[in-house]
Design a protein around this ligand. Structure first.
Ligand code: UDP
Ligand code: MN
Length: 274
């Protein structure tokens, strides 16, 4: 019995990551991740999308999941997709499970180091709040709660996932989000804090679009767990690192970051830049 328990324990991976994406991003955002941080742990990074894409699925080694959720940026579509991500958390039963958006750059080894320094047998909900105050839902008497912004990434310990599982499975999460009329990241905060008593633990080095990324000194970039990217003709929000590739080949600078931090996938001229 003892050795069987040990075998089961060894099956749970240290960290499973799900990335929320959509068909229109497969050839753009997902590709930039595949060419950079996906390579750090390809077996344990899943993309949750809204279509079947056999080409991409092959590139991802079978880790593309069709959520069959509606396409679109609506709160219902995104909560449906988040529910599918959370189901991966429950089914893989890793020590740690994290969600990211497809415009996040994740330093996987550094993240693993942080997470494995914490106790996964305790209930943890990690992320970065982007509100100055805890939120409350108008017309509903309930304690205000903090939530981690989806666009900065959120992580749950194994114990938190197990505790949440009954509220996740059978579309429990998307139904909860619909009932509350909340976007997925707020609904997750509500579920954790108000239904399960698991308060958000803030991680300041998870950066979303709400943070000004070019303020991070270049030499500090390797110490950040999550960086995000936003490009717009009028205003970008990108790290201060110079482009190591032609801009159109690396619009989010993820390949540049990856070369800078890990020395992987660098262009021939990279040494001259640093
Ligand atoms: N997304 C999605 N379906 C859509 C639009 C966006 O699943 O129709 C995902 C997208 O892949 C990303 C997240 O939702 O992981 C946030 O989208 P985006 O970064 O475009 O917008 P933001 O919310 O940051 O403004
Ligand atoms: Mn975004």
């Amino acid at each position: 019995q003892g050795s069987r328990d040990e075998a089961i324990r060894q099956q749970s991976p240290d960290l499973v990551i799900t990335v929320k994406t959509t068909r229109g991003n497969h050839k753009t955002r997902v590709r930039q991740i595949v060419r950079s941080w996906f390579q750090l742990d390809p077996k344990n990074v899943y993309f949750v999308s809204d279509v079947t894409d056999t080409g991409l699925n092959a590139t991802l080694g079978g880790n593309l999941i069709n959520s069959h959720c509606p396409v679109g940026h609506s709160a219902t579509a995104l909560a449906c997709k988040m529910n599918r991500e959370l189901r991966v958390f429950v089914e893989r039963d890793a020590k740690w499970s994290c969600h990211f958006d497809d415009d996040n750059y994740v330093n996987v080894p550094l993240l693993k180091e942080l997470l494995l320094s914490m106790d996964e047998t305790k209930a943890y909900y990690l992320g970065k709040a982007s509100t100055a105050e805890p939120v409350s839902i108008p017309d509903r008497p309930m304690p205000p709660f903090w939530f981690g912004t989806g666009g900065a990434g959120v992580c749950l310990s194994q114990f938190a996932v197990r505790k949440a599982a009954p509220k996740i499975m059978n579309n429990g999460f998307r139904n909860l989000a619909a009932r509350l009329g909340l976007p997925d990241d707020m609904a997750l905060g509500f579920l954790m804090a108000n239904l399960l008593d698991i308060e958000l633990t803030q991680i300041s080095s998870f950066y979303s679009h709400f943070d000004e990324l070019n303020l991070i000194p270049i030499h500090e970039l390797p110490n950040q767990h999550v960086l995000s990217a936003y490009t717009h003709p009028k205003q970008d929000n990108l790290v201060a690192l110079p482009y190591l590739f032609a801009q159109q080949d690396d619009p989010f600078k993820f390949r540049s970051l990856h070369c800078f931090i890990f020395g992987q996938g660098c262009p021939p001229n990279a040494k001259k830049v640093f």
